[in-house]
Each structure stands twice: as C-alpha cells, then as structure tokens.
Design a binder for this molecule. Structure first.
Ligand SMILES: [Zn+2]
Length: 319
C-alpha cells in the first residue's frame, strides 16, 4: 500500500483527524470536541485519540503512517514542533512540545504547521486553488486568518507571514482581539462583529440577532445565525456584514497590491457561507483599492469544506 499520512486540524471547538492517501483522498476520519479545561497535555491526548479512531476506520496502524501533520493555532515553530500562545485552548499560554508528545503517543513522525497556512495549501493542491500557482488564502471566521502560496511554494516568512487579519485598514480604528487597533479582524472577525452587535443592541439598536441565537440554542452568533438574520432583513446584521465586506475588500486589495497573486481563496465559516452571495460587493470593494485594476486576481470560495484543515495538515509531509 502506498504511504498513507495522517492529518489533524486542531480548532478551538473541535479536533478533526483524517487518514489521507497520496492523492489526497480521505480514507478515514474522526472528530472530537476540543477539551475546554485542563492543559495542553489533555488536548494532545484527545488529538491522539481522534487520529487513532481515524486510522482504525482506514484499517492502518498509526505507527505505519508515513507521518502525521498537525494544523495548529497559536505561534507554531515548524522546526521544533513547539506551539505557544494558543490562547483559545486551555492552559496554553506558554510553549508545549506538541510534535514530540504526539510522536511518542502515536509512533510516527509528526510535523506541526499553522492551521490557516495548511488549509490554504490544501486548497492550493486539491481544492479551489488548483489552477493557480500563486494565491492568498483568506479564512473569514471567528478571526480572519491568512495563508500564502507564491510560485507554487508556501511562504511562511520567518514563521509569522500571512496574518492578513491584522493588516491595518483604519488607523486608530476599532479595537482588535489582538490588542491593537484598526486591524481588519476588528471589523470582519465574527468575534469582533458579535461584540459590536451586542454594544449597539445595548445602546438601543433593534436587531433579531440575539433572539435568533437563543431560539437556535446557540451561545454565540454563529455563521448560520448571521445568515438567518440577513435573510430576515435584519438591518443591524446587514450593516455589520456590509462593513465587514468593505474592510475585507480593503485589506485583501492591499495584500494583492503587494504580492500580485493569481487568486484569492475565501474560506472560513463566514467565507464559505457568504462567499457566493457577497462575491460581487467584495470584488467591487477590492477593485476600489487595486493599484492595477485592469486584471484583478480571481476570487474563489474554498471548496474542501470542513476536512480541508486536516487534509492540508497531512500535506506537511508532501512539501
Ligand atoms: Zn489585530
């Protein structure tokens, strides 16, 4: 049997694992909730359990895998496999040797990459970016993450490239979850949008957003709740989504002016849900800021769905 690889996508709410063949086909998958308490070691053992389940479904021992790739949030050192400052995960403020811990547990080589970068590479090799040799991945969800492939190769900079969500779209602007101000994420991140919606609602602006949230048993304004509110013609939701699209267009166009990629791939919870219906206003906003506007890059919605992160992580062994 050709060498199989494992991939694990470590998210703030769920851990997704997959066994992937060299052609990118998923032979087994598994998903578990991310522990909300404990420490990094507890998260790592859930990750190992998820990967073991996926391997069982694929009929392969984890130790027989060519390698296991991990897409992780936080500050990832690809050389050492140490992850630090993953603030969405329990007790993960300091550094933790994730690759070594998983290797000891699963008996295969482990490489760790940035979650958004590996998802971008998955789209580049297997998804909406297949036809292009250079692209920017923009993952519009709770935050706004980015990844880069230039001339067919991942561009990591010194390890922190692709942070399109923290490009400044307004000097002295809104407070960003990162602590700075005026970042793209401060306007387009779902977390920041929810905070702004709450603030305006408490000031007396009418909206059904929070009613819909409770009605559907959610604790957060999920992408689905935003979509429902827009479908109901909710003015506040429309205002905040329009503002997000304006800022996305501004930030993406600035990145395009610098890199001139062939394509922009729009993923993430909000990106996938709204990508098609907002494609026109988004490209229109971009166009306003493109220096060379005669040949704008293609803009495509990510096509690999939920498993893209895990599949992309497995590709860390194909780089
Ligand atoms: Zn920021």
């Amino acid at each position: 049997m050709a060498a199989l690889r494992g991939g694990i996508d470590l998210g703030g709410t769920k851990i997704q694992a997959a066994i992937v063949d060299p052609g990118g086909k998923v032979l087994g998958e598994s998903r578990r909730p991310t522990p909300t308490r404990g420490e990094p070691r507890d998260v790592a053992s859930e990750m190992a359990a998820a990967l073991r389940e996926a391997a069982e479904k694929a009929g392969v021992e984890t130790s027989a895998l060519e390698g296991i790739g991990v897409g992780s949030p936080g500050d990832v050192d690809e050389g050492t496999g140490v992850v630090s400052g993953a603030r969405n995960l329990p007790g993960w403020d300091g550094g933790f040797a994730l690759a070594e811990t998983l290797k000891n547990d699963l008996g295969a080589e482990v490489r760790v990459g940035n979650d958004v970068q590996v998802a971008t590479e998955a789209e580049f090799h297997l998804g909406a970016g297949r036809k292009f040799s250079s692209l920017i991945g923009v993952f519009w969800g709770t935050g706004v993450g980015g990844g880069l492939v230039l001339d067919g190769k991942p561009w990591l900079g010194r390890g922190a490239a692709g942070e399109i969500g923290h490009m400044v779209v307004k000097r002295g602007g809104a407070k960003c979850p990162c602590g700075r101000s005026g970042c793209l994420e401060a306007y387009a991140g779902r977390g920041a949008m929810e905070a702004e919606a709450r603030r305006l609602h408490e000031e007396g602006r009418e909206t059904d957003l929070f009613k819909l949230m409770r009605k559907h048993g959610k604790e957060r304004l999920t992408s689905g709740i935003w979509e429902r509110a827009i479908d109901h013609g909710d003015h506040l939701a429309e205002h905040l989504i329009d503002r997000a699209v304006e800022m996305l267009g501004t930030g993406i166009a600035s990145a395009v002016n610098l890199l001139d990629p062939e394509a922009v791939i729009l993923g993430g919870g909000l990106g996938v849900r709204f990508g098609d219906r907002l494609m026109e206003p988004l490209t229109e906003e971009m166009r306003k800021h493109l220096f060379v506007d005669a040949r704008p890059p293609a803009v495509r919605v990510a096509s690999l769905g939920d498993l893209g992160g895990a599949v992309g992580a497995s590709l860390l062994f194909a780089r």
